[in-house]
Design a protein around this ligand. Structure first.
Ligand SMILES: [Ca+2]
Ligand SMILES: [Ca+2]
Length: 380
């Protein structure tokens, strides 16, 4: 009898365990809604943006769970004059304060600091807001910028650089936004950049911002556009998209105050300008909460065209309520590969043979468009 009761109890427990917890089946790829991080003072922004990483600089020291110090005198690759130390960055009154000082240190004439979120905060397709006040004086060069976590497409500049905001003291009150890629970079004089006057950039805090989605980066100051960077495959159809727009990988954030160097020092360095500070009130990173927001299927890809680059096709960027994350490429009706942006170079096919190529758009929650019309490609 006791055994039967035990068995019944066991059955009950087993049946109880089999009752499935509620499962979110709203989105095809199982993406779950985002939760805002607790240490972000503004947890959401209009447009469905949720804060996923932030530093309000409310503590008494730099939070090394979020930031790395880059300690070196290597000149930042630009012949800069500072030695970057840990001691030149402090958290004071709710702000990160980076101070550039004129002092002899390990063979350099200035000290300053450079902090990165490498391996601690890495991001893709996000919105970043950094509230900051510039340093002062000829020869200073503060920046809010991003570098790729992995060099997926090769060393600088092939894997890209995003300069959300740069400021050179000799060009007072003008802020710059620039991207560098293999095709477009300052070594070639082909970098793509914009600038905007901010008359009190050195005396007041402003929100410097970037919004990044597939094939698109926009920078802003206080909500006003500085520049927009678009991947337009028809304009660069002689190269793969990774050479023109390699921004489909994880990037990390960098805050630094350089002294001198190829750009910041091109009008000399005013020794009387030091010490001077680059102050950051907060850095916040937002991501769109696709699982909660996205409701529509992407439209079918159209406009497939032959690129100048061999065996390469591009097509119109597909419309979707919250954006297309990637495209699936089909050859003769079979799935072949994915493309992050609206261009693909086909490889490994038979020379002289003609193939029917179709494209399908996939949004961030896994909703798929129909297949495009077929494009006949004879492989060369
Ligand atoms: Ca703050
Ligand atoms: Ca959608």
């Amino acid at each position: 009898m006791k055994r039967i009761i035990m068995l019944a109890l066991l059955m009950f427990i087993l049946v109880g365990c089999e009752t499935n917890p509620p499962v979110d089946t709203v989105v095809p790829n199982g993406l779950l809604p985002l939760s805002a991080v607790e240490d972000c003072d503004v947890t959401t922004l209009d447009g469905g943006w949720t804060c996923i990483w932030a530093d309000e600089f409310n503590g008494s020291v730099v939070d090394e769970t979020k930031w790395n110090f880059e300690v070196n005198g290597s000149g930042g690759g630009n012949g800069e004059l500072q030695y970057y130390t840990r001691e030149n960055a402090q958290v004071v009154d709710g702000k990160l304060v980076i101070t550039a000082i004129k002092e002899s240190y390990l063979g350099m004439d200035y000290t300053s600091s450079r902090l990165t979120t490498k391996y601690k905060g890495t991001f893709k397709y996000v919105r970043i807001v950094v509230r900051a006040k510039m340093a002062t004086g000829v020869g200073t060069w503060p920046a809010i910028w991003m570098m790729p976590l992995m060099n997926a497409y090769g060393g600088w500049p092939d894997s890209g650089e995003i300069d959300i905001m740069e400021y050179v003291g000799y060009d007072a009150n003008r802020i710059y936004s620039t991207i560098h890629t293999e095709r477009f970079n300052h070594n070639l004089g082909t970098q793509i950049g914009f600038n905007r006057l901010v008359p009190n950039a050195e005396t007041e805090f402003h929100d410097y911002e970037m919004i990044w989605s597939p094939g698109y980066i926009k920078t802003l100051v206080d909500g006003n556009t500085i520049g927009e960077f678009n991947y337009v495959p028809a304009f660069t159809s002689d190269v793969p998209y990774s050479e023109a727009f390699p921004f489909d990988q994880e990037f990390f954030l960098i805050l630094n105050l350089a002294v001198g160097g190829s750009w910041g020092g091109s009008q000399g360095v005013d020794v009387n300008a030091f010490p001077t500070t680059f102050e950051i009130d907060y850095a916040r990173v937002y991501k769109q909460d696709y699982a909660t927001l996205d409701e529509e299927v992407p439209s079918d890809p159209t406009g497939i065209s032959l690129a100048q680059l061999k065996n390469t096709l591009y097509w119109q960027k597909t419309a979707d309520d919250y954006g297309v994350e990637q495209y699936a490429v089909y050859i003769d009706g079979d799935f072949s590969r994915y493309a992050s942006l609206n261009q693909i170079t086909l490889t490994g096919l038979n020379v002289g043979q003609t193939y029917q190529i179709q494209i399908q758009a996939i949004d961030f929650v896994g909703r798929v468009s129909g297949l495009s019309d077929s494009f006949s490609l004879t492989y060369t």
